[in-house]
Design a protein around this ligand. Sequence first.
Ligand SMILES: NC(=O)c1ccc[n+]([C@@H]2O[C@H](COP(=O)([O-])OP(=O)(O)OC[C@H]3O[C@@H](n4cnc5c(N)ncnc54)[C@H](O)[C@@H]3O)[C@@H](O)[C@H]2O)c1
Length: 271
Amino acid sequence: MIDAEHANFVQRNNNEGLMNILWATKKYVPDAHITTLATMGEYGTPNMPIPEGFFEIEYEGMKDTLPFPRQGGSFYHISKIQSTHNVAFACKIWKLKSTDIHQGVVYGTRTEETTTRFDFDECFGTMINRAVACAVIERPIIPYGLGHQTRGYIALRDSIQCITISVENPPEGNYRVWNQFDECYRCNQIAEIVAQVAWSLGLKESIRNIENPRIESEEHFYQPHHGKLHQLGFRSTTTLLEELKIMFNDLIPNKQRILERADKIEPKIKW
Ligand SMILES: NC(=O)c1ccc[n+]([C@@H]2O[C@H](COP(=O)([O-])OP(=O)(O)OC[C@H]3O[C@@H](n4cnc5c(N)ncnc54)[C@H](O)[C@@H]3O)[C@@H](O)[C@H]2O)c1
């Protein structure tokens, strides 16, 4: 949502990347199982529960099972919707196999195996990561608008667990969709929990709701389903509180590096 050049880049990069994988799979490894990382953001915030990819609908006396409508909130999300269509189509016509994981907002600084890249800017940073970055440098946590926007969240280590489950359990059919998140929170709830942890560590904490730079529903219903992964054995291995303690522990020694880039936190891009 920066400008035409960035919007075009994200659409090309996301879709050409996946298209290359689909065509290469068809040509070289047509029996492979592709796990794609889609996003819960594709669904938007409809005023009804969100199923895992498909729902049964009755219209003018007829019934069918159809893809649940996708209503992305940015050109990035629209590119992900296109990717979902591309992979579903390839599975249908070429009989490729895919698990399309609609992932919630990821947070965390590490997994068992590694520490990870940590983004806290307005483009790549996600809500919890950004809130912790603010708290570590003792600047206000800044939920957008009313802060009532609700989303599904998952810790990075559990996101990896879900991907592992997908890889180890290929689908029987050709194409399936999973919703992958652990718990839903409002932005204000996250700000409060992060502030509490910061306070317990002796950091000066505050929350300042700022003007929302995005055009989005701030008050909305949100009830996505996420049972399929649990049926295959997914169990969350951490809680938001436990993970936040690990994040603070990892980030406090890097406080100076965050301070040097603190101008990247306040949003400047408008929808
Ligand atoms: N981070 C989240 O909260 C979140 C939530 C939902 C879905 N997702 C999805 O999960 C996936 C990973 O997200 P992330 O946050 O880890 O992003 P990221 O930017 O940290 O990682 C993306 C990775 O893809 C690589 N990449 C980008 N373009 C590429 C290309 N053309 N060819 C090969 N590699 C390329 C990058 O180098 C990077 O290693 C994305 O598909 C994203 O849409 C992320």
